[in-house]
Design a protein around this ligand. Structure first.
Ligand code: 48N
Length: 333
C-alpha cells in the first residue's frame, strides 16, 4: 500500500488537530522520518534505525531526543514491574532489608547460586540502610579484618590501617555492592515495599515454619491507622532472610513479630557497645532462628541480646555471607 501523510502542521496551530486514526499508506517513497511517524502512530515500537535518523546529540543548542508518547513510558514501567511481581509471588529466597547485611547476603547467594530466584524487599525508597555513612554522620567506613577480603572481592578500594581498613566513603561500598547485586539476573529488588507480617504454617512434622512474607507499599504499611482495610499482598518462599536492622521505622521487624506471634518468648534486646564482643557474636550467631527464617545483621542483636559494635561494618558483611551459606544449607537439605 502507498503512504500519504497529512500536511505537516505546527503542533500548536489551531488546525493541527491530530487525526486519532493512524495515517493510511498511499505514497510510494518515504523518508526515514515518515516511516518513523507511521510506525509511531500505529503504536509500533520505534525501530532503532528510525530513531537514529531523528536524534541529535548536539551540546551547542540543537540536542534532539527521539520523540516519545507518554503512554510508551508508562507501559515500559508497568509491564516490567507487574511482570516481576507476578513472577516473584513465589521466590526461592526472600531477603527482608537491603542494608549492608541484606545486600552482602544477596551478593553471595546470587553469585553462588545463579539458579535461585532471590527477591529483596526494602521498605525505604533508597536501599542501603545505615551503610551510607560511617558513624555520627561522618563518611569514612571502618571494616575490621578479615572482612576486608569481601571489599577486595567487590573491588572497593580502601586504606589499610593494620587491624582494620578504611573505605573513604561508606557510599562507595554501598553503591558498589548495590550495583553488583542488581546486575545479577536472578536478583530482584522491590524497594518502597514493606514486609508487614510473616506467613507461618505448620510443616509436615507439625512444627511452625515461616513460609513467606506479607507485603504492602511502605506508605500504606505506615498508614494503617489512617485508612482501614488496606489489605496486603504475599510472597511465598522456602527461606526468608531477615536483615531489618536494629533501628529505623521498622527496625528488628521479624524479631518483634516472632515475639508477638508467640514463636519467640521475648526479645534479647541489644546490649551496650563493645566492638570486640559484638562483631564475632553477630557473625557466629547468624542462623535459622525459627524454621524457615534466617536472621542476620543488627536485627540479630535485638533477637539475641548481643552487644552493638557501633561504626564498624565488617560483621554486617560477614553475617550476610553466613546467612547466604545458611540459606543454601536449608534449600539443599
Ligand atoms: O543497615 P540496616 O539498618 O541493618 P543491617 O543489619 O544491614 O546493618 C546494620 C548497620 O548499618 C549498623 O546498624 C551499624 C553496624 N551500627 C551498629 C550499631 O551498633 O549502631 O538495614 C536494614 C534495612 C533498612 O534499609 C530498612 O529500611 C529495612 O531493612 N527494613 C525493612 N524492609 C522491608 N520491610 C521491613 N519490615 C523492614 N524493616 C526494616
Amino acid at each position: 500500500r502507498a503512504v500519504t501523510f497529512p500536511a505537516r502542521r505546527r503542533p500548536d496551530s489551531p488546525t493541527s488537530k491530530r487525526t486519532m486514526s493512524p495515517p493510511v499508506a498511499t505514497a510510494t517513497s518515504t523518508t526515514e522520518e515518515q516511516v518513523f511517524e507511521l510506525k509511531k502512530a500505529n503504536g509500533v515500537q520505534t525501530p532503532a534505525k528510525a530513531v537514529d535518523s531523528v536524534v541529535v546529540e548536539d551540546y551547542a543548542g540543537n540536542y534532539k531526543f527521539a520523540p516519545i508518547e507518554e503512554a510508551e513510558v508508562s507501559r515500559a514501567m508497568i509491564k516490567r514491574y507487574f511482570t516481576t511481581m507476578y513472577e516473584r509471588a513465589v521466590s526461592d529466597v526472600v531477603i527482608v532489608g537491603a542494608g549492608s547485611a541484606g545486600l552482602s547476603c544477596a551478593y553471595h547467594l546470587a553469585k553462588t547460586r545463579p539458579d535461585l530466584k532471590i527477591t529483596i524487599l526494602e521498605a525505604n525508597v533508597a536501599p542501603g540502610g545505615g551503610a551510607w555513612l560511617g558513624g555520627q554522620l561522618m563518611s569514612a567506613m571502618v571494616v575490621r579484618k578479615p572482612a576486608d577480603r569481601f571489599l577486595a572481592e567487590l573491588g572497593v578500594p580502601f586504606e589499610d590501617e593494620g587491624a582494620f581498613v578504611v573505605v573513604k566513603h561508606a557510599a562507595l561500598f554501598t553503591s558498589t555492592i548495590l550495583s553488583k547485586v542488581l546486575a545479577f539476573p536472578n536478583v530482584v529488588l522491590m524497594n518502597a515495599t514493606a514486609v508487614e507480617d510473616l506467613i507461618v504454617r505448620e510443616d509436615f512434622q507439625g512444627k511452625q515454619r515461616v513460609g513467606g512474607v506479607v507485603t504492602n507499599w511502605t506508605l500504606v504499611a505506615l498508614n494503617h491507622d489512617t485508612q482501614s482495610c488496606m489489605d496486603p499482598n504475599t510472597i511465598t518462599a522456602p527461606v526468608i532472610v531477615s536483615a531489618t536492622g536494629h533501628d529505623g521505622p521498622m527496625g528488628a521487624f521479624s524479631a518483634k513479630r516472632l515475639v508477638s506471634s508467640g514463636l519467640l518468648k521475648e526479645l534479647g534486646n541489644m546490649r551496650g557497645l563493645d566492638m570486640n564482643r559484638a562483631e564475632p557474636a553477630i557473625v557466629n550467631g547468624t542462623r535459622e532462628v525459627t524454621p524457615g527464617l534466617i536472621m542476620t545483621g543488627m536485627e540479630l542483636s535485638e533477637h539475641d541480646g548481643s552487644n552493638r559494635m557501633g561504626p564498624t561494618f565488617g560483621a554486617m558483611m560477614a553475617s550476610g555471607i553466613k546467612a547466604a551459606h545458611e540459606a543454601i544449607r536449608i534449600l539443599d537439605s
